[in-house]
Design a protein around this ligand. Structure first.
Ligand code: ADP
Ligand code: MG
Length: 335
């Protein structure tokens, strides 16, 4: 049985289809990523899978339980760490877990046994009796993950787990999540708008854009599908002739032009740089910089959607919830 099976799942709000007839499956024990810009529909999808939001159409099964009419069983089998921080800073780590366990109405004896286990699992045993206000951003995130693990779920959902953390703490958190998956075998569904995060952490990644999944594969498979390296040339001036003539070259798979640069997808990029410079010379084009990259998930996103993730984020109108997210992120970043 798959940990998650999604079938035609759809959510419409007044003016947008946030999740548009998605179908995919997540295997047990997998670390599965939903990668897409802000507004792609990741949180809406997760909120339906954890039964906080009802679908407009379609359904999904979590550990075999239908999200439409087996909400109790679905909730018992999963843990969730929300995009917004959800621990109480005035309580200690242990108190936060106890509070959460009471909400799940676990028996007291069971609770008392589980709390130290979980604190151990999230590397916070030594901090159990300190107030969360004294924790670093990374420690708070681990405590939130611990909260999600209290009732021994088979599936753990992490919505944007490292947003607002500094680079070093993000890296530590990735390593922690990976270790958790290896050691406990829990299936992990993670949403992110960071390509490097999806690339590092996930066995498979679903690329989401505007409510749809545009591709699902391993990060390597997605990158290989581009069939080439990317050479990015900084351009000074119009460079129209240069770009037109590029299109005639059989070894150019694809090219994407912005005002200041052109990104060219081609095989064996390093051996073609010379040809590119020669072509620039012939067309009296000034190249201001040359950058050779092996494909990244950003390139995959660009090739599938026609925009970069960053451009998509800039397009997204800021909503009330987005500004709320921003303020809580800032609050966490200050820790
Ligand atoms: P992501 O988590 O990928 O950033 P969301 O699932 O939060 O994306 O949002 C997807 C789309 O649905 C966005 O256009 C967002 O504005 C819209 N949306 C999300 N929640 C609501 C809601 N409660 N009411 C109306 N529109 C919403
Ligand atoms: Mg979100």
């Amino acid at each position: 049985m798959d940990a998650i099976q999604v079938d035609g799942l759809t959510k419409e709000f007044d003016t947008v289809t946030a999740v548009d007839e998605l179908s995919f499956a997540v295997e047990q024990g997998e670390v599965f990523g939903l990668l897409g810009p802000n507004g792609a529909g990741k949180s809406t999808l997760i909120n339906m899978l954890v039964t906080l939001l009802g679908p407009t159409a379609g359904t999904a099964w979590v550990n075999g339980h239908d999200i439409r009419d087996e909400t109790g069983d679905v909730r018992d089998s999963l843990g969730i760490v929300f995009q917004e921080p959800a621990v109480d800073e005035e309580l200690t780590g242990a108190e936060n877990l106890a509070f959460h366990a009471r909400m799940y109405s676990k028996r007291k004896a069971e609770r008392e046994e589980r709390i130290p286990e979980v604190l151990e699992l999230v590397d916070l045993a030594d901090e159990a009796d300190n107030k969360v206000a004294s924790y670093s951003g990374g420690m708070q995130r681990r405590l939130e993950i611990g909260r999600g693990l209290m009732h021994k779920p088979e599936v753990l959902f992490l919505d944007e787990p490292t947003t607002g953390l500094d680079a070093r703490t993000r890296r530590d958190t990735w390593e922690y999540i990976q270790r958790l998956n290896e050691e406990s075998g829990v299936t992990i569904i993670i949403t992110t708008h960071y390509m490097d995060e999806a690339d590092f952490l996930c066995e498979r990644v679903a690329i989401m854009d505007q409510g749809e999944i545009v591709a699902v594969d391993s990060p390597e498979g997605l990158k290989d599908s581009l069939g080439g390296d990317v050479v990015t040339l900084g351009l000074n001036g119009p460079a129209n002739e240069f770009v037109d003539r590029l299109d005639d070259r059989p070894w150019v798979r694809e090219r994407d032009r912005t005002d200041e640069e052109v990104a060219i997808t081609l095989e064996h990029g390093s051996t073609r740089v010379v040809d590119l410079v020669r072509l620039a010379d012939e067309t009296e084009t000034t190249i201001t910089s040359v950058d050779l990259e092996k494909p990244s998930l950003e390139n995959v996103f660009l090739s599938l959607t026609g925009s970069t993730l960053t451009e998509r984020e800039a397009d997204e109108p800021s909503t009330e919830s987005a500004s709320h997210e921003q303020s809580s992120r800032t609050a966490r970043a200050r820790q």
